[in-house]
Structure formats: C-alpha cells, structure tokens
Design a protein around this ligand. Structure first.
Ligand code: PLP
Length: 378
C-alpha cells in the first residue's frame, strides 16, 4: 500500500525489502574488487559468499551450487544451450522441450536453434500435458544428443503449479536434463532442490523483494554445467565471467533469507488470496477464476469478468488506485493476446486480470481493491 494505492502486482516485481536495501547500501561502500586478494577485496568477497549461502539455503543446496547472473533471463540463456560439460567431458543436448506457457525468457529457447525447440502443450488449467511430454521424449533421437527440458514450477500469470515430481520422473526416464524456472516460487512454496526433482533451478531476486537485475542458476550437482554464456575472467568458477554486481548480489542474499522465513507464513498468504477471490465473486458473481481447482501459488488470482475486456479493466483499476496486471500485458508494456491463456484454450475470453499479492498486502489494500471493483461493476 502506497498512499491510497494498492500494489497487487507482486508477480511482476515484489516490493523492495528494507533488508535488501540495507544490505545493498552497506555493499555500495565496499570499494574492493571481490577477486582481489588484499583485505578490501576479501571483504567484498565475503559479502558475495554470504549472499551465496543465503540463496543456497533458500533451496537447500550447498553454496558452491549457486551461480549468480544478471537475472532469470540470463540464467535461462545460460542453461538453455546444446553445449554442456560433465566434469571434463562434453555433453550435447540436441533438442529443447519447453511448455507452451513458459515465460518468454525460456520460451525464446536460449542458445538453441529455433527448429530444435519443441513446444509441449498444456491442458485447460495450464498444466503440462504429461502424456504429450512422454511421447515427445520417447521419440527423441538419443543418437543426436540428450533431451533438455525446461518448465516452470509456477506460472507467472495464472499461478498454476506444475506437477514437477511427475515431470521429473518422465525426464529422468528419458535420460534427459531438467531445468526448472522457479522464479515465482520463493516465499510462496517450498523449493528443496536436494529432493533431486531438477538438474537446475532459475531464480530472480526482484520477485522476492530483492533488487532488479540479479538472479541465479542453481545446479543440483557441481559436475554438470552449461557452457558459459559470458566468457572472460574466471568469476563464478568460470561459469559467468565479469566482476560480480556486489550490491545487487548482497540485496539478493538478504531477500532470499527473508523469503525462506516467509515460507512459514504461506497459510496467511493463502487466507489473503481467498479474501481477494471472495471480493471478486461477491462483486462480479459470474467472474471466472482460472485454474481454481488445481494446485496454485497462494498469492495469485487469474480471472476474467465475462463481457469486460481485461485491458479496459486494468486501466480502470489503475485509475481507481489499484496496480494489477492484465494477463495480456507482456513485457515493455505491450498489449496482445496472452500466450498463457491461448495455450489453455482461452484465447477468446477477452483476456484475464492477474491479482498477485504478497506478505505485505494489508486489509487496507484489499479494501481499496474491493471499492475499486465495486465502482467498476456499478
Ligand atoms: N521467469 C518467470 C516465471 C518470470 O515471471 C520472469 C519475470 O517476469 C522471468 C522468468 C524473467 O526474470 P528476470 O526479470 O529476472 O529476467
């Protein structure tokens, strides 16, 4: 809540945390290069390594499994490549399999040629079609290389959570490698990578209250790694060259720590989301809450009010003091049909609105939302 405005667009970017800010301000005053061996350099290095431990703790792995990047988009471009190394040996991924509702950071296919990217369909709720995935991976030509599969843990528009254990079993059965875009999960659902459901996880700091422009690729082993995207110095063990973005990484670490603590409060988050959905159905009884009966993030509501265009509603909400997004709004403010809705077979419903809340969403925010929706429906 900011003045009389309610910020209900946490999936776009979560409110910046005080803890992240404090860590960043402190890091800004460190003048040493983290690669320098003198004491200034070592001080900077220790801040990076503390942040790495916090990010590793969030997903229950060792610090050495975390490679910092400039965000989830870079982490995806790092992971989605045909060229991998297993220890000293080269490993080739000949095709990339992605779900139809991936974020563009993954859907673009990273360093794969367009023809080598295979799109796997989803059902009406947005869950990956497991049979289609299995058929595609069974047909995969192992002579040419291994299959690389990239799916989201949770969708940024609908909040739907993919059946990751089942997806993982299918990928393992095919001998493939699984990259999971877990950007929308921290602080909302558990992310224990030590369970072994994925080979790689992708995270982004600004979706958990950290700064924009920093993220990570987290590997489940230190043996298997993609060929670097950025070559140069030996930073990040040679997996990502370039002097580390010290203040951003410090902020990321602080936010990851908070995200882990917040997991214990996901029931409270769910109660607030249920309150949002009660308001919607009370004010607009014929509203459709998409994917309502399947596993979803406890902070996301994706809905359509029949007869009212999502883009128009979004503007009305903004004027009424509520920041939320239309499912059809994609990057750089462009408006177009949401590929997520289309893949779910809902391309013709006139778009959908996304309310995405967070632990800081207050009763006042919900009251502003309710009043605004009531005014729109009057
Ligand atoms: N993946 C998902 C699911 C996202 O929601 C986003 C951001 O919207 C990204 C990837 C890209 O993250 P970044 O902004 O760090 O590049």
């Amino acid at each position: 809540m900011n003045g009389s405005r309610a910020y209900l667009d946490h999936n776009a970017t979560a409110p910046f945390l005080r803890e992240a800010r404090d860590a960043m301000v402190a890091a800004l005053d460190l003048s040493g290069n983290p690669s320098s061996v003198h004491s200034e350099g070592r001080k900077a290095r220790s801040v990076i390594e503390e942040a790495r431990r916090n990010v590793a703790d969030l997903v229950n792995v060792k610090a050495e499994q975390v490679t910092f990047t400039s965000g989830a988009t870079e982490a995806a471009n790092l992971a989605l490549t045909p060229d991998y190394r297993m220890g000293r040996g080269a490993l080739v991924m000949s095709k990339l399999y992605v779900s139809a509702i991936e974020h563009p950071a993954v859907l673009a296919g990273g360093r794969f040629a367009k023809d080598d990217v295979i799109i796997v369909p989803v059902d009406g709720d947005g869950r990956i079609d497991l049979k289609a995935l299995e058929i595609a991976l069974t047909a995969h030509d192992r002579e040419a290389g291994l299959p690389l599969v990239a799916v989201q843990l949770a969708n940024n528009e609908s909040g739907i959570i993919q059946p990751i254990a089942e997806i993982s079993a299918i990928v393992k059965q095919s001998g493939g490698i699984l990259v999971v875009d877990a950007v929308q999960a921290p602080g909302r659902i558990s992310l224990d990578l030590s369970l072994g459901y994925a080979d790689f996880l992708i995270l982004s700091a600004h979706k958990m209250g950290g700064p924009k422009g920093v993220g990570a690729l987290i590997s489940n082993s230190t043996l298997l790694m993609p060929a670097p995207l950025l070559r140069g110095g030996g930073q990040e063990k040679g997996h990502r060259a370039g002097t580390e973005a010290l203040p951003l990484i410090a902020g990321f670490g602080a936010a990851a720590k908070v995200a882990k603590e917040r997991l214990t409060k996901s029931d409270e988050l769910l109660a607030k989301r249920n309150a949002v959905e009660a308001i919607i159905l009370n004010q607009a009884p014929d509203a459709l809450i998409h994917s309502a009966t399947v596993d979803r993030l406890p902070n996301t509501t994706f809905f359509t009010i029949p007869g009212l265009k999502a883009e128009t509603l979004q503007i009305a909400f903004d004027l009424g003091g509520v920041a939320l997004s239309a499912g059809s709004a994609c990057s750089s403010g462009k408006l177009g049909t949401s590929h997520v809705l289309e893949a779910m077979g809902l391309g013709k419903v006139g778009g959908a609105l996304r309310v995405s809340i967070g632990h800081e969403t207050s009763d006042v925010d919900l009251a502003v939302f309710e009043k605004c929706l009531a005014d729109i429906m009057a």
